[in-house]
Design a protein around this ligand. Structure first.
Ligand code: FES
Length: 83
């Protein structure tokens, strides 16, 4: 996943925005990432990925799934939640 692709698909929050938010605000809890355009406050799919970025000493080096795979996995996640 490159920096322009969305980590939070519900609110279209890109990886770049999240990394900048982490770098500039240094949130003390992962839940504070919700202050970055609402990231993580929709379906919940992106929360583990937000946490990985937040916990990382260098979020830009964190490997996340490619965008297509990520979106497919989210669709499956959302379908399971509806049943
Ligand atoms: S993808 Fe982030 S809350 Fe749904």
């Amino acid at each position: 996943m490159d920096s322009e692709q969305d980590v939070c698909l519900c609110f279209h929050v890109s990886r770049r925005k999240i990394e900048k938010f982490i770098r500039t605000t240094k949130p003390r809890a992962v839940s504070q990432l919700s202050e970055c355009y609402g990231a993580g406050t929709g379906c919940g799919w992106c929360r583990p990925f937000l946490e990985r970025l937040w916990r990382s000493e260098n979020p830009a080096d964190e490997t996340l799934p490619d965008a297509e795979q990520y979106a497919e996995q989210r669709a499956t996640y959302r379908k399971k939640r509806q049943t």
